[in-house]
Design a protein around this ligand. Structure first.
Ligand code: GDP
Ligand code: MN
Length: 350
């Protein structure tokens, strides 16, 4: 019947029906969760929620990653959160977490102190720098991910509000999408003072034309100044192709960025790094806005609007509440720009 192998985002099947006829075909895909032992409770809650809204019907495996060994208690708590789910617990290899030899660690410390004094968000927190570098350049090299083509990044404490009764991975595969997001917003400029100029230098040195027809790159550029407009995709939610990051081009790009040491001397986030790389290497039509997925990370929430007709049995808070904000209406959303950009690139293709 029609709902096998489902990749149609418009579909909203009754849970009962999915349960009786679970999807038979799956993508080679997994949830990827970088997490600390002490975040056990929050990630357990997220898994219960994600299973309920989606994965109890689709049964994708979980890959947990940590720079320290997971405790037995943590592993048991995860299995309790979703009994029967396929779960792998991986240790991040030391070469992927820690200072590369070319980084001056005492200078990095001075930079952190300065960022702390300047109140750069997370700038003074050493582990955060390592995390951002890991998520930028290494997670996709973890051997536990070798057998997968796509991943869905999940973080402790995030919430899903709608039933997802189709398979987002199969959607990506079917339509040739390489990167999917739910929130697009402005980055904090003082975390990445020289990222953009480094990217432009890189593009020049590799003779990359950043203005090929269809290319995503100009979405990130302020046309009046040529500078970064600070828009990016929020990387705490990502459904994306692993091959995108495994590609020689992306590794070369990451190595170039990494060689500046500015994951440590500044506080380059994996979100702008992933986004701008997608800009360099992907076309706009390879990006998918998962507008139908109701989602919250920290205070920011996206829920499908009534007008869109998207979303399946969403249980979303509305407007601003004491613990969440409708980010699509927030001052720092890039969604209007994104919509315009997509319209323009679709018109250009015709
Ligand atoms: P935020 O979303 O930018 O506020 O940062 P988070 O604290 O949520 O960190 C982003 C992701 O990396 C989350 O999944 C965290 O669990 C994970 N993470 C952050 N720092 C570390 C760390 O030092 N070790 C491990 N294993 N995970 C970390
Ligand atoms: Mn987070």
């Amino acid at each position: 019947t029609a709902y096998y192998n489902n990749y149609d985002e418009q579909v909203c099947l009754p849970q009962r029906q999915l349960k009786m006829n679970p999807p038979r075909t799956k993508a080679k895909a997994a949830f990827v969760i970088l997490v600390r032992n002490k975040e056990q409770e929050d990630i357990a809650e997220t898994i219960v929620n994600l299973e309920d809204k989606f994965n109890k019907n689709f049964r994708y495996p979980y890959v947990f990653l940590n720079n320290e060994p997971f405790t037995e208690e943590f592993k048991h708590a995860m299995q309790r959160a979703s009994p029967g789910a396929d779960m792998q617990f991986g240790l991040v290899p030391v070469q992927h977490w820690g200072y590369p030899s070319f980084v001056n660690q005492s200078y990095a410390k001075d930079c952190r102190d300065q960022m702390e004094a300047d109140q750069v968000f997370y700038g003074g927190m050493e582990s955060y720098h390592h995390m951002c570098r890991y998520q930028s350049g290494f997670f996709f090299r973890h051997p536990l991910l070798d057998k997968y083509d796509y991943y869905w990044r999940v973080e402790p404490g995030v919430k899903f509000f709608c039933d997802i009764t189709y398979d987002p991975f199969l959607y990506m595969q079917k339509y040739g999408k390489k990167y999917g997001f739910v929130v697009t917003l402005l980055e904090l400029r003082d975390t990445i003072p020289t990222l953009w100029e480094t990217v432009l230098q890189y593009a020049r040195s590799r003779h990359i034309n950043v203005d090929k027809p269809g290319q995503l790159f100009p979405y990130f550029r302020d046309e009046s100044t040529g500078d970064y407009n600070l828009c990016h995709f929020w990387s705490n939610f990502e459904i994306a192709s692993l091959d995108l990051w495994r590609s020689p081009q992306y590794r070369d790009f990451f190595n170039y960025l990494d060689s500046t040491g500015k994951f440590f001397y500044e506080r380059w986030g994996d979100a702008p790094v992933h986004s701008i790389a997608a800009g360099l290497f992907l076309d706009t039509n390879e990006i998918h806005y998962f507008e139908d997925i109701g989602y919250q990370h920290d205070l920011y929430r996206h829920c499908p609007s009534k007008e869109s007709g998207l979303g399946c049995r969403c249980e979303c808070p509305e407007g601003t509440t004491k613990d969440s904000i409708d980010h699509d209406q927030n001052w720092d959303t890039c969604l209007p720009r994104w919509r315009q950009w997509v319209k323009k690139s679709e018109a250009d293709r015709k």
